[in-house]
Design a protein around this ligand. Structure first.
Ligand SMILES: Cc1ncc(COP(=O)(O)O)c(C=O)c1O
Length: 399
């Protein structure tokens, strides 16, 4: 069967594939632990569940405006004002089926053949494929561990060419947890102000998972002079344990939003009306779930970081946000498994963890950094500790 050429530009998401591998190993009878989850392990708070049930009972089961119902847009506007000091009008807001669809829509509207899109490395797995699917070329900037995986202004300046269409920022970052301070964003903004042709998409989906009392900052509010060329993307998935509800949103300039709505009108139409009702409750109801889950994740992060750094050959820094720990295994490169297999790269290493100890993590190459692997802390302390022990045992088996 023949498929469109554009399908060869992309591959299945490595994180979904890792989840599938865990299920397959389990089905084959193996005792397997997966530290791969990209979603909170808590239930959606009850008040949000109830709002959805109420919406069903009240007949809010029809199509809504393509770009989201006005009451949800008002809740989003209020959220941006309250938490980020950003002012948007209704025609500057879009609601989609997840932040993922927002980003996909934006790239499809902005990027065409010949355009370059700057992506700091490590990156969320979907960015490069979305850029390629839109016809663009991803331009990667390595952000080393020595700089806490953050993009430096001088590296950004070097990467910008006349073909640069867009920069994709993600803070706190998946997989590294890197989170930009206001001052760091100001320094990046100073470069971007010199290049008026560059648009900025900022993916703030982990905004509320920022630890150690640090203050979240986003580029459109840090530098008002950029606001018109920034799309500020966010959603309810991670902050309110609502990944399956599929609601993401963004604020940006009216012509871009109107194009994104046009695209959505010809693909998925409005996001689920019931999920939209739930998202209104999430954004306007009690907010205590945010602080309580942040506390839980911070404690798990501290526990895992300490334990990982006790394993000879592995090292990691404390992620500032999100719910992943990005671990370097570089010292174990070139070692051999008990079967004599040499560890050449992250895929060999991660396969060894799975085969030797039934522990599944995601190889760093999925995020553009093969010297690392990603461990998720979106699971119980007991599983994290069991997982850490298995990782330690698998490393000790390498000779
Ligand atoms: C950096 C990043 N952006 C966006 C998303 C997708 O969020 P949503 O569930 O709102 O589509 C994820 C999910 O893993 C993510 O890690």
């Amino acid at each position: 069967m023949r498929f469109a050429e554009r399908m060869s530009l992309i591959k299945p998401s490595p994180s979904s594939m890792a989840g599938q591998r865990v299920r397959e190993l389990r089905e084959s009878g193996r005792d397997v632990i997966g530290l791969t989850a990209g979603e909170p392990d808590f239930d959606t708070p009850e008040n949000i569940q109830e709002a959805a049930i109420r919406a069903i009972r009240e007949g809010q089961t029809k199509y809504t405006d393509v770009g989201g119902m006005p009451t949800l847009k008002l809740a989003v506007i209020e959220k941006f004002r309250r938490e980020n000091g950003l002012e948007y009008k209704q025609n500057e807001i879009i609601v989609s089926s997840g932040a993922k669809q927002v980003i996909f829509n934006a790239l499809m509207c902005l990027v065409q053949e010949g355009d370059e899109v700057i992506i700091p490395v490590p990156y969320w797995v979907s960015y490069p494929d979305m850029v390629r699917f839109a016809g663009g070329t991803p331009v990667f900037i390595e952000c080393p561990k020595s700089n806490r995986f953050k993009l430096l202004p001088e590296r950004l300046e070097e990467a910008i060419t006349p073909r640069t269409r867009c920069l994709l920022l993600n803070s706190p970052n998946n997989p590294s947890g890197a989170s930009y301070t206001e001052a760091e964003l100001k320094a990046l903004a100073a470069v971007l102000l010199r290049h008026p042709g560059v648009f900025i998409i900022t993916d703030d989906i982990y905004e509320h998972l920022l630890y150690d009392g640090n203050q979240f900052a986003t580029i459109a509010s840090v530098e008002a002079g950029l606001k018109d060329r920034v799309l500020t993307v966010n959603g309810v998935s991670k902050a309110y344990a609502m990944t399956g509800w599929r609601i993401g949103y963004a604020g940006g300039n009216a012509p871009l939003i109107s194009n994104m709505v046009k695209l959505q009108s010809q693909s998925t139409s409005c996001p689920s009306a019931i999920s939209q009702a739930a998202a209104i409750e999430a954004l306007t109801g009690p907010q205590d779930v945010i602080a309580s889950s942040r506390q839980v994740f911070q404690a798990r992060r501290d526990l895992l970081v300490e334990r990982i750094n006790q394993i000879p050959g592995l090292s990691c820094i404390k992620p500032e946000g999100a719910f992943y720990v990005f671990v370097s295994y570089e010292e174990l490169m070139g070692r051999r498994t008990p079967q004599g297999q040499e560890i050449h790269g992250d895929v060999d290493f991660v396969l060894h963890l799975a085969e030797a100890q039934g522990i599944v993590v995601i190889p760093g190459s999925a995020y553009g950094m093969p010297g690392f692997f990603r461990v998720s802390i979106a699971t119980s302390e007991k599983i994290i500790l069991d997982g850490q022990k298995r990782i330690a045992q698998a490393c000790a088996q390498l000779g």
